[in-house]
Design a protein around this ligand. Structure first.
Ligand SMILES: C[S@@+](CC[C@H](N)C(=O)[O-])C[C@H]1O[C@@H](n2cnc3c(N)ncnc32)[C@H](O)[C@@H]1O
Length: 210
């Protein structure tokens, strides 16, 4: 994909999420769909002891805000491309630093962060470019955690990927993308979900910058 095509896709995704922002915080959606990966990311950050953290594609900022309240890091950044989502995030907290930027071009210096996390959004990214960027901004020993849609049935992969610009990577593909970007993988598993929410099939992959 060329740089111009990627910019076009990014602006289509941004428009979509600005349109959807008002419905995003519905409690049932949040509790059943988005909260399980958030819980796993918080547990991972807690055991890593991260102090400078960025939540990429933070949406309305629910996870970034929880990180700030529950872990009290030195620095917490919520980064997203959508003005609509960021407007809601800004209204939620003034203790998180909200930044407008694409995942593939982060506004941080090399090795500036202890942890980069992203939930329910990686399927929209230019995945190799975003992982290279996560690697660049992390210090050695820094944690990366990516929770993303990943079809349970390999035979459904093609139809899951029909809706562009989304790419629904398999667990093996995610491992190879992580390793290609220079990360050592420490864990990968499906997000545990209850009842009808299992229709959302997502995988969390956790790694470190050596
Ligand atoms: C389903 S929401 C997820 C929000 C949040 N991470 C959560 O778990 O609740 C997807 C978000 O990804 C953002 N997004 C999609 N592609 C992006 C990109 N390339 N760079 C930055 N943000 C992006 C959208 O603007 C939207 O806010």
């Amino acid at each position: 994909m060329t740089e111009a095509q990627r910019r076009g896709l990014n602006s289509a995704v941004t428009g979509l999420w600005t349109f959807l922002a008002p419905a995003y915080d519905l409690p049932i959606l949040q509790r059943r769909i988005y909260r399980p990966p958030h819980d796993e990311v918080i547990a991972g950050l807690r055991s890593h002891g991260s102090r400078k953290i960025a939540d990429i594609a933070c949406g309305t900022g629910i996870l970034s805000d929880r990180i700030e309240r529950e872990l009290h890091p030195d620095e917490i950044y919520g980064v997203d491309m959508s003005d609509g989502m960021l407007a809601q995030a800004r209204a939620r907290s003034n203790r998180v630093q909200w930044l407008r930027a694409p995942a593939e071009q982060l506004p941080f210096d090399d090795a500036a962060l202890d942890a980069v996390v992203t939930t329910s959004a990686f399927h929209f990214f230019d995945q190799p470019a975003a992982l290279r960027e996560f690697h660049r901004v992390l210090r050695s020993g820094g944690l990366v955690a990516v929770s993303t849609l990943s079809t349970r049935q390999p035979r459904l992969q093609a139809s899951a990927n029909r809706w562009k610009p989304q790419h629904n990577a398999s667990p093996a593909e995610l491992r190879s993308l992580f390793e290609g970007a220079g990360f050592a993988i420490s864990d990968q598993h499906r997000i545990r979900r209850s009842s009808w929410a299992r229709i959302v099939s997502d995988v969390i992959t956790v790694g470190a910058k050596p």
